[in-house]
Every structure is written in structure tokens, then in C-alpha cells.
Write a protein that binds this ligand. Structure first.
Ligand SMILES: *Cc1c(COP(=O)(O)O)cnc(C)c1O
Length: 398
């Protein structure tokens, strides 16, 4: 066991159940589980394996390095990566049978050059910017890049296997921008197929669209946050409403419990002052571990929620780099060493990553992906009821 007094426990059975649930929401599509950013902080390799075990036939990562790491560890599932800069080692991706997104004219040139050098065709997904205004070929750029890609295909340097795009308002399914992007995507598709591309997969849907917009599923859905059991549309429903279970529980042990008098200022700048005689507990997780400093508590504003001894409490005063303080109340029974849950499945009144997101005015994605590299990830399997991996710092896997 790590000596670190806190950990993120990841239930791989929840990951598997979530992937199955997503597949049932998109029965006509394959599932690409997005495992970028160290599987949203949950641990790349164990999550990727669990997703594949549950039927994901594709995996997706933003960074090439994560794709190569999956291959280096024997993951043979179809794999798409999409964010690289000029000069990236694309030959390694081609040699490792990693599908590459092409989102700019220069990218096609580099993919073709890499494929020629390696001596095998690169599998390419053309990315169209249908309205997100981020990555992707504009509809104006698409025809020329498509023609160049089809020439490279004729020569054996690439296979144009996919056309894809990404939504700006998927979490607001009724927003007119969703419909507008779908129209642009359909037009791009007609162009690409009309010029003779034989696509394997057309894909547009992230978690939100997978759960709420079946008309956008096409051949492949690309859920990320829902794989981890968090709702992409918290205003429309929580995880349980979509058949999802949060996979990560962030927990720690109290390192100090002590009685203090009324009027005790708590943590930096005394943003919280004890209203009466009470008990303070110190929790050894802070903003270096991903606890948002925006979830600090003050007299008029409770901080991030915590479950201690079955009671739902909140951070008192400023979130520090390594620790937070909780007001346990007068005569509290808690002891140093007792377990504190910052977030988890939400069962038994416990807080969730969404609750932290609400307090910090952000999204649950940021809460789980920010859990720091020094916090050990402990992978468990509630179906098999055993730890499946030694605690491992996030950074150590890279
Ligand atoms: C991150 C990402 C996804 C997954 O998004 P979620 O909202 O987490 O489901 C899908 N596609 C692309 C291109 C992404 O960058």
C-alpha cells in the first residue's frame, strides 16, 4: 500500500457496466471509448482493458503518446488519435496500426510522408469542422484535402476510413447549432462518398449525443465522460437516469482531529471562523491533488462537500496546496485515521464529482481529470471483489 494518505479508487466493473449501457443506447453503432487524458484521470491501461472487455471495439485518445502506450501494452483494439503538431512521429503511429485524424492540409502531407517511409498505408479519418470552430477542415478546405487523400489512397499511401466531426452544443440537444452541425456533416459526407471514398465509419456523437440524440449515432459513437459514469447533461439527468455509475471514488484519511474554541480562524486568510466551540479535521488533499481552490468555504458559502462518518459536511476555509480543513461539529466522534469521501457513486448521501463541479462552477470532467498525479489510483473490481492492480501514481504509467 502506498503511504499517501488518500487515493482514487476506480471500480472497473462500473466502467464495464457503463460501456454496456452506452452500447444499449446506441444499438446500431460501434462504441469508441474515449480514454484520453489518462482515461479522464482513471488510469489509461486498466480502463482501456475494461472498456474492451465490455464490448468497445474502438478506443480514442487525443495524444499520440497515449495511443502508442496502449499498443506497447498489447492493446490491439482499433485506436484513433487526433491531436498532433507538425513533426510528430506519425510513422510510429502508422507502424503501430493507429488510425490518424487529419484535421488540416499539412497533416495529410505529413501522414502521407510517414506512410511512404514506413511502407504501409496510414488509416485516416478526415475531420470536418462542422461548426465547433476548433479543430478540423473547414467545409471550404475539405474538397482539396479529400482529393489529395484519394490520390494518396490510389497510390497505396493512405486509406480514407473515416469522416468525423465534433459538436459544440451536444449537451443542449435542442440547441439549433446541433441541427446545423448535423446538416453540415451530412453535406460533407455526401461530398466524400460522392467522390468515391469507401468509409468504414462516420462518427459525430460524444457522450451527450450518444445519450440524447440517436439520429447522430451514425456508425460509431465516441463517449468519454459517460464511460466514467458521470452525466454529460447534468441539467437533464444524473448518472442513474442514463444507466450509469460513477467509477471513481476519491477518499482520504483524517490526519488531525482537534477541539477548538469559538472564533478560531481556519486555514489561510481565515476565510472561515468557527461559530462556536467545535472540532476541526484536516484532510490531506489539496489543490495540488486537484481539489479546486474555487471550492474553498467561507462563513456565507459552504465549500466542497465531504462525507465523514456518514455525515455530509463541507470544506471550511481555503483549500490549500496539500490539505483542506473540515468543521466536524462540536463533540464530533471522528478520529485521526477515519475515512473521508470527497466524491464517489453518490450512494448513502455521499457527494459526487458533479457536486464538486457545482460548487467550483465547473464541469465534472474537470473534477476527475484534475486529480493529481501524486494521488494513487487503486483499481478494484466490485464484480470480482478484489484489487486488480497495485496503487499507481498517474504519472508513473506514462
Ligand atoms: C473528448 C472527446 C470526446 C468525448 O467527449 P465526452 O463529452 O467526454 O463524451 C469525443 N470526441 C472528441 C473529439 C473528443 O475530444
Amino acid at each position: 500500500m502506498s503511504s499517501f494518505p488518500a487515493r482514487a479508487v476506480i471500480d472497473l466493473a462500473a466502467i464495464r457496466a457503463n460501456v454496456r449501457s452506452l452500447a444499449s443506447h446506441a444499438p446500431t453503432a460501434q462504441v469508441l471509448a474515449v480514454v484520453k487524458a489518462d482515461a479522464y484521470g482513471h488510469g489509461l491501461l486498466p480502463v482501456a482493458q475494461a472498456a474492451v472487455d465490455a464490448g468497445a471495439t474502438w478506443l480514442g485518445v487525443a495524444q499520440l503518446g497515449e495511443a502508442l502506450e496502449l499498443r506497447a501494452h498489447g492493446v490491439t483494439t482499433r485506436l484513433l488519435t487526433w491531436l498532433y503538431a507538425p513533426g510528430a512521429p506519425l510513422g510510429q503511429a502508422v507502424a503501430a496500426d493507429v488510425d490518424l485524424s487529419v484535421a488540416a492540409p499539412w497533416a495529410l502531407d505529413e501522414v502521407v510522408a510517414a506512410a511512404r517511409a514506413v511502407g504501409r498505408p496510414a488509416r485516416v479519418h478526415l475531420k470536418v469542422d462542422t461548426g465547433l470552430g476548433r479543430n478540423g477542415l473547414t467545409p471550404a478546405q475539405l474538397p482539396d484535402v479529400l482529393d489529395a487523400a484519394l490520390r494518396a489512397e490510389a497510390e497505396g499511401a493512405v486509406q480514407v476510413v473515416g469522416l468525423w466531426s465534433h459538436l459544440a452544443f451536444a449537451d443542449e440537444p435542442d440547441h439549433p447549432a446541433v441541427r446545423a452541425q448535423a446538416v453540415v456533416f451530412a453535406e460533407a459526407l455526401a461530398l466524400v462518398e460522392g467522390r468515391g471514398a469507401r468509409l468504414e465509419v462516420r462518427h459525430l456523437a460524444n457522450s451527450a449525443a450518444t445519450l440524447t440524440s440517436p439520429e447522430l449515432h451514425y456508425d460509431l459513437v465516441r463517449p468519454g465522460i459517460a464511460v466514467y459514469g458521470l452525466s454529460p447533461v447534468p441539467q437533464l439527468g444524473g448518472p442513474a437516469d442514463f444507466g450509469l455509475t460513477p467509477a471513481m471514488t476519491l477518499e482520504a484519511e483524517l490526519v488531525t482531529v482537534k477541539e477548538v474554541p469559538a472564533g478560531q480562524g481556519v486555514s489561510y486568510a481565515h476565510a472561515y471562523v468557527t461559530p462556536g466551540t467545535t472540532t476541526l479535521g484536516v484532510v490531506p488533499l489539496g489543490y495540488a491533488d486537484g481539489v479546486p481552490r474555487h471550492a474553498s468555504g467561507a462563513a456565507d458559502r459552504p465549500g466542497g462537500p465531504l462525507l465523514v462518518g456518514g455525515r455530509r459536511l463541507s470544506v471550511a476555509g481555503r483549500v490549500c496546496m496539500d490539505q483542506v480543513v473540515v468543521d466536524l461539529g462540536p463533540g464530533a466522534p471522528d478520529r485521526a485515521g477515519d475515512r473521508v469521501e470527497l466524491f464517489g457513486t453518490g450512494a448513502a448521501g455521499g457527494p459526487t464529482a458533479q457536486d464538486w463541479a457545482d460548487v467550483a462552477e465547473t464541469i465534472s470532467y474537470e473534477i476527475v481529470t484534475r486529480v493529481g498525479g501524486r494521488v494513487p489510483r487503486v483499481h478494484v473490481d466490485s464484480e470480482r471483489d478484489e484489487a486488480v492492480a497495485e496503487p499507481q501514481a498517474e504519472g508513473a504509467a506514462r
